[in-house]
Design a protein around this ligand. Structure first.
Ligand SMILES: NC(=O)C1=CN([C@@H]2O[C@H](COP(=O)(O)OP(=O)(O)OC[C@H]3O[C@@H](n4cnc5c(N)ncnc54)[C@H](O)[C@@H]3O)[C@@H](O)[C@H]2O)C=CC1
Ligand SMILES: O=C(O)[C@@H]1CCC=N1
Length: 267
């Protein structure tokens, strides 16, 4: 039985579903469940996958992916407790929810993997950070790694780093989209048509990200290459320093990690 049940068909559940299909998983092996029954049925029809109540979806699956909000997790776990078999691998993508929290609410000895993916899964460029639970076997971990590496990069880390991973790569796309918006707005302020400003900013971000990945150079070296003495870049960078943008990023990412930690306490 290779069936994968995705419980929670929101932004991430939907992103994982489409990514798994693109990576070659047959639609017949995927089943979706969400309490928003009508919206889920529409999504399931679009992708030609099955839809079932959570208990039924979990009972028929070898891998159960928990993709609900942290605040909905305890309710969902209570619902599916009886449907989890001894061989079932449970993968949770919920921010802040520890493997211990999951293990305490699932049948004894259930194999659990905690994952922090991100929305670039939609374009097969996810960053997924995996941590094994207490009863997770090497085969479970390999199975989770295979599943997630089909739509991006995977790092296996000790669970103590999951709040940091959530703050950096889980929430990271939000910071980049925010910077993108700000740069486009600046282009419009300087009189560029919005579409032209958008094209310039998107290609610049893509080019810069590709340079970081392909050259392997430290970003500060790449930044120095752009900054001519007495030129435009250094004038802009001085303004960013004046506005403490670097410190703002440190504070922001610390706040995200703190929030991830709070979610583990159900706050
Ligand atoms: N959105 C993101 O960028 C990322 C989100 N995550 C995590 O993924 C999880 C889901 O996040 P989103 O997809 O953004 O949320 P969402 O709100 O878009 O989707 C959650 C879905 O779960 C459903 N749901 C709630 N309780 C349920 C239950 N008992 N049975 C079945 N379905 C139920 C809701 O109806 C909703 O459709 C969260 O735990 C979040 O921390 C992780 C990485 C990135
Ligand atoms: O904002 C959130 O809580 C989720 C977790 C990581 C990204 N989005």
């Amino acid at each position: 039985m290779n069936r994968i049940a995705i419980l929670g068909a929101g932004v991430m559940g939907g992103s994982l579903l489409s990514a798994l299909l693109r990576s070659g998983h047959p639609p017949a092996d995927l089943v979706l469940s969400d309490r928003m029954v009508l919206a889920t049925r529409t999504l399931a029809e679009e992708y030609a996958v099955g839809v079932a109540p959570a208990t039924e979806a979990a009972a028929g699956a070898s891998v159960v992916v928990l993709a609900v909000k942290p605040q909905d997790m305890s309710g969902l776990l209570a619902e599916i407790h009886e449907s989890i078999g001894p061989e079932t691998l449970v993968i949770s993508i919920a921010a802040g929810i520890s493997t211990e929290y999951l293990e305490n609410r699932l049948p004894a000895n259930t194999g659990v993997v905690r994952v922090m993916p991100n929305t670039p899964a939609q374009v097969d460029e996810a960053m997924s950070v995996l941590s094994a639970g207490r009863h997770c076997t090497a085969e479970h971990l390999a199975q989770a790694e295979r599943l997630l590496s089909a739509f991006g990069q995977v790092i296996i880390l000790d669970e103590k780093h999951q709040d940091a991973a959530t703050a950096i790569s889980g929430s990271g796309p939000a910071y980049i989209f925010y910077v993108t918006e700000a740069m486009i707005e600046a282009g419009v302020l300087l009189g560029l048509p919005r579409s032209t400003a958008t094209e310039m900013v998107v290609q610049t971000l893509y080019g810069a990200a590709t340079m970081i990945r392909e050259t392997g150079e430290h970003p500060s070296i790449l930044r120095e290459q752009v900054s001519s003495p007495g030129g435009t870049s250094v004038a802009a960078l001085r303004a960013l320093e004046d506005h403490k943008v670097r410190a703002a990023f440190l504070t922001a990412i610390e706040a995200a990690a703190r929030r991830s930690h709070e979610l583990s306490a159900g706050e």
